[in-house]
Design a protein around this ligand. Sequence first.
Ligand SMILES: [Zn+2]
Length: 66
Amino acid sequence: MMKIYCACGRIVDLDIREMKIKLSLNKDIECTACRNARISRDIDCLNGFFNEGEITEGDSVSDIPA
Ligand SMILES: [Zn+2]
């Protein structure tokens, strides 16, 4: 088991194999709380995207930066 500090200061327990997989995939090592927070942020972001898409439907295409 490896003990690694997450960006939030919590200690993350990882075994070496798991850590190597994460590093080889270029993934950040984060604790469960941060992962959950990130996932719910992603979901909020997606929901926001779809909701906004509905509101501005029809005239939003030209507003999207290239
Ligand atoms: Zn964290």
